[in-house]
Design a protein around this ligand. Structure first.
Ligand code: GLU
Length: 295
């Protein structure tokens, strides 16, 4: 039997909070229970948001929580070549195009369209409007000329074509735990529209980097928050197009704040640093996120 491989994959663009602690602890617990390996991956592919001081703080927090992991950790910013190779493969399938609309232009185009036909513009599972089709059919040389002239652009996936090529997709979901039979979930990647694959400040967007890295690191079990549940559809699509294996997925409950809202890095409250400063222990954190304390 192959040894299971788990990973905690934080983005170093803010301090960790209790939701991250639950994710990291579940990964470490499941790795320990199954005799598996535990990896940490620093998802710093977006250089405009990642900060080295957050990476240091994250690794300190993991030590404080008593979470062991293999070193060296993989840092996405050091692997642009791997993402470029995956992008080339998708481009060779005719699935990638250069898009030029800014957020403001997208919003204006959508508002105009909604006013014209009186129907709401489709939105992705996170609530963001789907990218309008405007750039999809521009000839490649014209797009390259625009980019060379300095127009900001991003590379996007032609979702309709990609979904057609890949055929029906699904993933195996096992929820919070290791055991259980799991269930097969139908993956609706089309709901996300033409997702960004790479941009000016990142050689790969999250969806592309995560599938490339999970495959290169031999990850067998993805344990992460339910906020990424529907994104899994895009991951299964990219894995299929790139010929990468499908891990088992375990999407865990989210920790909510005292106000009932999902925790976020920007809110700062419930941050691990504050708990540490207040002399909380790793066992306290386990209790706070609803995990049994180990002796
Ligand atoms: N880097 C992502 C985050 O911090 C998690 C990615 C994943 O686990 O797939 O939200």
């Amino acid at each position: 039997m192959t040894v299971p491989v788990f990973r905690f994959a934080p983005s170093p663009n803010g301090p960790l909070h209790l939701g991250h602690a639950l994710s990291a602890l579940l990964n470490a617990d499941m790795a320990a229970e199954s005799g598996g390996r535990m990896l940490v991956r620093i998802e710093d592919v977006d250089v405009t948001r990642a900060r080295p001081e957050y990476e240091r703080a994250i690794l300190d927090d993991l030590d404080w929580l008593g979470i062991g992991y293999e070193t060296p950790v993989r840092r996405q910013s050091e692997h642009a070549d791997d993402y470029a190779a995956a992008l080339d493969r998708l481009a060779a399938l005719g699935l990638v195009y250069r898009s030029f609309m800014s957020r403001t232009e997208i919003a204006a185009a959508i508002a105009a369209e909604e006013a014209r036909n009186g129907r709401p513009w489709p939105r992705d599972p996170d609530g963001a409007p789907l990218y309008p089709a405007a750039d999809r059919d521009r000839p490649v040389d014209e797009a390259q000329a625009l980019a060379a002239a300095g127009r900001p652009s991003a590379l996007r996936l032609d979702m309709e074509k990609a979904v057609r090529l890949a055929g029906p997709l699904s993933w195996r979901e096992f929820g919070d735990g290791l055991g259980g039979p799991g269930e097969t979930v139908a993956a609706d990647a089309a709901a996300w529209g033409d997702v960004v694959l790479a941009g000016k400040f990142a050689p790969a967007a999250y969806h592309l980097a995560v599938v490339v890295d999970d495959a290169l690191q031999g990850v067998t079990d993805v344990v992460r928050g339910r906020d990424l549940y529907f994104s899994t559809a895009v991951h299964r699509l990219l894995q299929t197009l790139l010929g990468l294996p499908a891990p088992r997925y375990h999407h865990h409950r989210l920790i909510v704040g005292a106000d009932g809202r999902k925790l976020s890095k920007s809110r700062g409250s419930e941050g691990l640093a504050a708990l540490r400063a207040a002399d909380a222990t790793a066992a306290d954190v386990r209790r706070m996120v609803g995990l049994a304390v180990r002796h």
